[in-house]
Design a protein around this ligand. Structure first.
Ligand code: HEM
Length: 222
């Protein structure tokens, strides 16, 4: 049964929609949490500490955090695998007159593909930058406020994050809309409403995330 669903295009699109939604919920929470930086180092660092102790005493230190990490990794892998397989299927299904020409995907497909690749690379950079500190000179474990200020005190930090956030906005805008279409046939009024929701969501997330580097660059956060 599970095999049949996974093998079908609708099954893969459903996997994309569900895993996308899980990541979207995470991003809404992450964006709101990040805005605590505007309330100062004490509140932001305290929040980061809470992320590790949430669920105690039932959960041990960092167990909830690790649970979230596992769910996110499963979601990213499922999302990327189904995207890749759907795009292979797309190319194979093309009529033979395209055989000697380079297959050309639609504008939306190409932006989603490149957006996805940019976001995948960004997530790796972001974890090495602000979680492990591997690519972050002077990283201080347990002092995320200072680490964030340091990241956005370099030109490349700002460029990497702002480009990624813009890619994120476009990806969510189109992804949310596609997911809604996979999940159900809509009336024109419903489609219009969903497009508005997709636009507002993408805009709020992008603006909320970009507020942090802008806050540091303007000296509001220092
Ligand atoms: C300006 C934008 C962002 C800022 C300032 C920011 C800040 C941070 C910080 C400070 C941490 C480390 C938290 C801690 O260890 O306590 C973190 C972790 C993380 N962020 Fe972001 N983030 C931003 C955007 C994003 C975006 C767009 C994504 C996903 C596309 C993302 C995904 C993650 C993930 C997956 C983690 C790792 C959580 C973990 O395993 O500990 N972040 N972020």
């Amino acid at each position: 049964m599970a095999r049949t669903v996974w093998d079908s295009s609708v099954g893969k699109k459903t996997v994309m929609a569900v895993s996308g939604l899980i990541m979207l919920l995470y991003l809404v929470a992450h964006m709101i949490g990040n805005l605590k930086i505007f309330f100062g180092a004490g509140e932001f660092n305290h929040y980061a500490h809470w992320l590790r102790t949430v669920g105690e005493p039932f959960m041990h230190y960092e167990w909830t955090l690790w649970l979230i990490r596992v769910v996110l990794v499963v979601a990213v892998v499922a999302h990327a695998t189904s995207a890749y397989q759907l795009s292979r299927r797309d190319i194979k299904a093309r009529p033979s007159k395209y055989v000697h020409k380079k297959p050309r995907a639609s504008y939306a497909t190409r932006t989603m593909r490149w957006g996805g690749i940019i976001l995948g690379l960004f997530i790796v950079w972001h974890i090495l930058d602000l979680t492990t500190g591997t690519v972050h000179p002077g990283f201080q474990a347990g002092r995320p406020y200072q680490n964030v200020v340091d990241t956005f005190s370099t030109w490349y930090g700002n460029v990497i994050y702002i480009v990624a956030m813009l890619a994120l906005g476009l990806h969510i805008r189109h992804g949310f809309w596609s997911a809604a279409q996979t999940m159900g046939v809509g009336s024109q009024a419903r489609d219009r409403a969903l497009k508005t929701v997709a636009n507002v969501l993408a805009l709020l997330l992008t603006a909320g995330f970009i507020a942090v580097p802008v806050g540091v660059m303007t000296g509001v956060v220092s």
